[in-house]
Design a protein around this ligand. Structure first.
Ligand code: FMN
Length: 184
């Protein structure tokens, strides 16, 4: 079985709920980036040993939170030795607006994976984009590069959209399935 780690930042808990759903689908260990943008030494070891890493961050001001970016910069230590090359990567972001510039944050995550020489996994779930579609439907935000999630500005952490959370579980399963295939 592939070893998978979901490493994420969440300022107010909404992205944490998403991370938990992705991790459930992937059978992954969860690593939370602290409010200071740090993770523990043992968590760096878990990332170094992982077959697949899934990045998660809220979209703040049109990109990943500064805590996630601090973590991303700290991964340069692994970059110098190509320690994460050929690992499988995925990513997700969550924000208040249907668009909200989530795609910019997602591309930041994809670029980070690419800097490391990783193999990026797309979302793989077709969009629900008919007149009848609602936030309870799979991939109702129409992402393709990775997982997009919407938490309206007045939503509690228990109100993250069902369709997005169901999509999160499927995305975790997809990353795990691909990582397992590549591991052989
Ligand atoms: C500093 C800050 C900047 C934000 N910028 C955006 C943004 O650019 N686009 C958007 O749609 N939502 C934005 N939001 C809303 C958050 O993305 C949204 O509340 C999200 O659910 C927060 O996730 P968290 O609870 O894991 O921190 C912003 C929130 C904060 C606190």
């Amino acid at each position: 079985m592939a070893k998978i780690v979901v490493v994420y930042h969440s300022g107010y808990g909404h992205t944490k709920v998403v991370a938990e759903h992705v991790a459930r689908g992937a059978g992954a260990e969860l690593v939370a980036i602290s409010p200071e943008g740090e993770i523990a030494e043992a968590e760096w070891t878990a990332l170094n040993e992982a077959d697949a890493i899934i990045f998660g961050a809220p979209t703040y001001m049109g990109n990943v939170s500064w805590q996630f970016k601090k973590f991303a910069d700290a991964t340069s230590k692994a970059w110098f030795t190509r320690q994460w090359a050929d690992k499988v990567f995925g990513g997700f972001t969550n924000s208040a607006s249907p668009n909200g510039d989530k795609q910019v944050a997602l591309i930041t995550l994809q670029t980070l994976a690419s800097q490391h020489g990783g193999i990026w996994v797309s979302l793989g779930t077709p969009p629900s984009n008919t007149k009848a579609s609602t936030s309870a439907d799979l991939n109702n935000l129409g992402g393709s590069v990775g997982l997009l999630v919407r938490s309206p500005a007045d939503a509690s952490v228990d109100e993250v959209h069902k369709g997005d959370l169901d999509t999160a579980v499927l995305y975790g399963e997809r990353v795990a399935g691909i990582a397992a295939k590549l591991k052989g």
